[in-house]
Design a protein around this ligand. Structure first.
Ligand code: PHE
Length: 494
């Protein structure tokens, strides 16, 4: 069954042979777009009708053009404002609307003259009467005889923004070879029954629209941080690193600080910097031999080190906290490695860490760290630098610079800077170093084994990649869900 409107179109064609859709829309008292819609569906039903696109151009007055038709052209208004005895030009300029255009047109039409009297410009009429051609022509153009005005004039009025050309598209309809006044609705699917009964031979089928876009399936969207995390993970995996288990946000001070040769008086171990846990407040299980070695290296030294020379307390090491860096995970991993027969290894982690920070545009109290480390015999600072170049090259960063730094657990330590070609400056991207013997030897790793490691935040590259300048746009109430929906997957330029 065809729609009422399609039937009306066919009936009209049956009686009149052909019609333009604009006229038809007026005849059936329907919106033109709706008529066009029914024409499209008739077209899809076969060769019922012929359809030919028509382009109609017509002139319409602009708002300025309408006032000209109503009140007269700008130049005529200037002319009429000039009394026979003359008037000061500045009065005309101030009182007549659009006086600037009107004045120069009235001058070039030879309707008025200007003379100077005692330093003042006085305007006088030059002719006794005028014919306002602009006003008359505009009336003709939008009236019944637009062709009475030359194209050149129309173009001039268009330039003066009195007229605009409006283009409309319509279709000229005629009867097609299969014309009929009733439409058989075409089948959309070929069914098993049609094949079995053979009736498909008589049926008309609607052609498939292979250009139509499918409906985008509803699905979840990864947060930008997760997109960038995926990309980092991919890079580490490509470089042969294995992921460390990072599922414990709560850590003991022992693994977060003591194992890393961070003295118990270190300011980072203050509640101003670290979130301590009140319940359970303390951890109780530690590998006892290893704990003894850690205690010894802090208080008395050993392994060629003089230590810090203070009284190391188990109570301080027991305090639970939210880990302040993923290097706590690296320490646990290295300890595990040291308990088996040694083999070289490459590890990475990307997960959340917590610091008691004052929140601002670049600091959050919880953020993510990306950390990589390599354990092998006789690794040097050269190996670290080479690895960093390799790693950052995979992020699309080729210019690196290093600045000496300090970490309790690395020596030497280096801050990593990269040249940001967009921002045209060096920006700090991470921290790195060679783990100290005071950290590795208490674990009983072989003496010639070194560990090179580096860490960076996940938020910073994410902000650069997705053009955010406030870290609070990444997490918390300010996150724009649409941003999460719209941002593409992360590809760090390789
Ligand atoms: N743990 C350091 C930080 O939190 C990063 C780092 C990791 C430094 C490994 C050196 C080696 O900034």
């Amino acid at each position: 069954m065809a729609s009422d409107l399609s039937e009306k179109v066919l009936e009209y064609l049956d009686q009149h042979g052909s019609v333009d859709t604009l006229d038809l829309a007026e005849f059936v008292q329907e919106d033109h777009q709706k008529v066009v819609g029914s024409v499209k569906s008739l077209q899809a039903a076969g060769d019922l009708i012929t359809v030919e696109q028509q382009i109609h151009k017509r002139w319409e007055l602009t708002d300025e053009g309408k006032t000209v038709v109503e009140k007269g052209s700008h130049e005529a208004l200037v002319y009429y404002a000039v009394p026979v005895e003359g008037i000061s030009q500045s009065v005309i300029m101030q009182t007549v609307p659009n006086a600037k255009v009107g004045f120069s047109k009235a001058m070039s039409s030879g309707w008025i003259t200007v003379t100077k009297h005692a330093g003042e410009a006085v305007v006088r009429r030059k002719v006794d009467d005028i014919k306002d051609t602009v006003q008359e022509s505009l009336k003709l153009i939008v009236g019944s005889t637009p062709n009475a005005v030359t194209d050149a004039q129309k173009q001039e009025y268009k330039k003066r923004r009195l007229l605009q050309e409006v283009v409309t598209k319509s279709f000229l309809l005629g009867k097609g070879v299969d014309f009929s006044i009733s439409v058989e609705k075409p089948e959309t699917e070929l069914t098993q029954e049609m094949i079995a009964s053979g009736c498909w031979k008589e049926r008309k089928f609607k052609p498939y629209n292979l250009d139509s876009l499918g409906i985008a399936p509803e699905r979840g969207h990864l947060h930008t941080l997760l997109k960038v995390r995926d990309e980092f993970r991919q890079i580490f995996l490509e470089m042969g690193f294995s992921e460390m288990p990072t599922n414990n946000f709560v850590e003991s001070s022992f693994w977060n600080f003591d194992a890393l040769f961070q003295p118990q008086q270190h300011p980072a171990r203050d509640a101003h910097d670290t979130f301590f846990i009140s319940e359970p407040k303390l951890s109780t299980k530690f590998p006892s031999d290893y704990l003894e070695h850690v205690k010894q290296v802090h208080s008395e030294g050993g392994y060629g080190s003089q230590g810090y020379g203070y009284e190391w307390k188990i109570e301080e090491a027991q305090k639970n906290l939210l880990r302040t860096h993923t290097t706590a995970v690296s320490a646990r991993m290295l300890y595990q490695l040291s308990q088996k027969e040694f083999h070289p290894a490459k590890y990475f982690s990307i997960d959340r860490v917590f610091r008691n920070e004052t929140l601002d545009a670049t600091h959050l109290a919880e953020f993510h760290q990306v950390e990589g480390l390599i354990v092998d015999h006789n690794l040097t600072l050269g190996d670290l630098i080479g690895t960093l170049y390799e790693f950052f090259k995979k992020l699309g960063i080729t210019q690196l610079n290093f600045k000496p730094a300090y970490n309790p657990y690395t020596e030497p330590s280096m801050e990593i800077f990269c040249y940001h070609t967009g921002l045209h400056k060096w920006i700090e991207v991470g921290n790195s170093g060679v783990f100290r013997p005071e950290m590795l030897l208490p674990m009983s790793l072989p003496e010639d084994v070194n560990v090179i490691a580096w860490g960076l935040s996940l938020e910073r590259p994410t902000m650069i990649k997705y053009g955010l300048n406030n870290i609070r746009d990444l997490v918390g109430p300010r996150v724009n869900i649409q941003m999460v929906h719209d941002n593409p997957i992360c590809r760090l330029e390789k």
